[in-house]
Design a binder for this molecule. Structure first.
Ligand code: FMN
Length: 282
């Protein structure tokens, strides 16, 4: 069991920060929705982190990693995708900085690598992973010409750290007509597999057969299931038995309470099958 470490950056909201303005790479409103206690609200314009604050934030990741290990987790995963702080540095549309954290690929990835190196001061690389992908979402995160090169640069450099894993998300939005078009579907894993020699975990819309195929074809070492695991606590067994799969109830996800995360039922076979099973066992 590993703990995921992330910082919302500009996806936070003054209501979550006692009125304080959220922070980011630059003062660009990412144009997303923030989850506040009073429901979803549009994000606001953040303020840029100072260089001193960037150093403190990287150190905060290290402290969080240390806390996680002390609490008994087996490792940590740094979240470097979605729309959160690290992505806000990687993305040329949300990072307008003119110091050593903005501009070139090396500069826009600098914060990511300061976080990685800071975490590695606390936790051995075999217990540290990164979740990443060239996400294409709305607002400021719409794919641009810099999206693919910065992800390639980041993944190639991440490979040199001999991390526990790289969790690579496939496309969650339609890439047609964008610079990411060739990354649609399996294209994501086919493109990045040659750039990362460690354990590569493929994610997004996996099912049993696709997962087995991607591993057999060498495009991934492991596959990760999100929604299926929320709705099917016995997912492995259901796959083994080819049992029907339950779907996520969207009313109960995203900070609405424990209901809907830990109380999905396990698969109940039809009564006849159950009897058959019992007879065979005895
Ligand atoms: C309710 C819910 C909460 C999620 N929370 C996180 C999260 O905290 N961190 C993260 O990296 N991904 C999170 N995800 C995304 C999943 O980890 C996964 O990447 C995504 O659902 C795609 O995989 P899937 O197609 O198997 O669902 C969440 C997904 C859902 C449905």
């Amino acid at each position: 069991m590993i703990a995921q470490l992330w910082h919302l950056g500009a996806i936070s909201h003054p209501e979550l920060r006692d009125g304080a303005q959220p922070v980011s790479a630059s003062n660009v409103n990412p144009g997303q929705l923030s989850f506040t206690r009073a429901g979803r609200k549009p994000t606001v314009t953040p303020r840029p982190l100072t260089k001193q604050e960037i150093r403190v934030t990287a150190a905060d990741f290290a402290r969080a990693a240390r806390n996680a290990m002390e609490a008994g987790f087996d490792g940590v995963q740094i979240l470097a995708n979605y729309l959160y702080l690290i992505s806000q540095f990687l993305n040329a549309a949300t990072n307008l900085r003119e110091d050593e954290y903005g501009g070139s690929l090396e500069n826009r990835t600098r914060f990511l690598f300061e976080v990685v190196e800071s975490v590695l001061c606390e936790v051995d690389a075999q217990h540290v992973g990164v979740k990443i992908s060239p996400m294409h979402e709305g607002g400021a995160f719409r794919a641009n010409d810099e999206t693919l090169p910065v992800t390639e640069y980041a993944i190639q450099k991440l490979d040199t750290y001999k991390l526990s894993h790289l969790l690579l998300m496939g496309n969650t939005t339609d890439f047609s007509g964008t610079p990411l078009e060739k990354l649609t579907g399996d294209g994501m894993f086919q493109h990045f597999r040659p750039l990362f020699s460690g354990t590569l975990i493929a994610n997004v819309k996996m099912d049993r057969d696709r997962g087995n195929r991607l591993i057999a074809e060498g495009w991934a070492d492991l596959v990760a299931f999100g929604r299926l695991y929320i709705a099917n606590p016995d997912l492995v067994q259901r796959f083994a038995e080819n049992a029907p799969l339950a779907e996520v109830d969207w009313e109960t996800v995203y900070a609405s309470g424990p209901h809907g995360y830990s109380d999905y039922p396990t698969y109940q076979p039809l009564k006849d099958n159950l009897n058959l099973y019992t007879v065979e066992k005895s």
